[in-house]
Write a protein that binds this ligand. Sequence first.
Ligand code: HEM
Length: 338
Amino acid sequence: MFPNCLKHPSLNYFSFSKCHTMATFTYSLAFFFFFLAAISMASAQLSSTFYDSSCPKALSTIQSAVKAAVNKEARMGASLLRLHFHDCFVNGCDASILLDDTANFTGEQTAGPNVNSIRGLDVIDNIKSQVESVCNQTVSCSDILAVAARDSVVALGGPSWTVLLGRRDARTASLSTANSDIPSPTFDLSNLTSSFSKQGLSVSDMVALAGAHTIGQARCVSFRSRIYNESNIDSSFKTSLQSNCPSSGGDNNTSPLDTNTPTSFDNNYYTNLISQKGLLHSDQQLFNNGSTDSQVNTYSSNSSQFNSDFASAMVKMGNISPLTGSNGEIRINCRKVN
Ligand code: HEM
């Protein structure tokens, strides 16, 4: 009840009820605004125009640095794309993957899927310092990862999409979540499906996103058991891989994920799967007489469908649990909290 109503014992029934109605109205209004504010805080949206006035040169600065890095080494495009994926799957796209270990802080870089494997941290450092020099402490490391992933795909001939911006950077990281939530190359279709579904991504998003393996390399240790123990693999493909990946030793020798065009972002990943030339066990799971075969068939014959589904799925992946508003921070150095 409205406190002022109680302070007037002389109020007759009519004025009491009027006062009561006003009180209820005032409370409802306050509740309504509180509710609106709560909703807008909970779902603070990313936006493509986020830096338009605060840092108009942000996107062009990132793009030219990515182009230069990819020109220097084409594989870097793949490595930058993967960094964004490994960031987003571990408590959201918050640049947690970039935090270095210190004496009293353990980050994600030594997690099984990352150690001796992730690349491009130095390129992100370089981009961040260029972006800092055009706009001091304005553009987050997590947004840089998202834009660099898009620019890498474009630099290697793939589709473009509008990157939503406004992520902020985490002050923490999680080694154990990196170990548990990044999918493993030993996963079967059902484990892969659960791993993506945990991030709010559908099976069809997963099949499209896996097309990222049209670029880049994998180490022998990631596919050894496939090329020595599995039967759903093309035999000449298998033999040629074995020459660079012995049954023991040579763990860090690399082979291309897409055997023919590893520096072009195209739909050959899917054609490979149909000819049993998926490099990883997990790749071949997407075309192994299961429910995802039909989507692989579609992408292998329709590259524009693949391009557009890949682009939409990247936007979805980039939206995983961002820190926005006053959560997190804009890191000055991507490798450490401010
Ligand atoms: C479907 C589940 C996935 C699994 C099990 C998986 C696993 C792997 C593994 C084991 C490697 C090789 C790492 C090494 O040997 O050092 C790799 C490389 C790569 N992955 Fe994935 N991945 C998956 C999905 C994705 C997604 C969704 C993306 C991006 C959208 C992606 C992008 C890449 C790229 C570009 C590389 C090559 C990186 C380089 O050459 O530096 N992967 N992945």
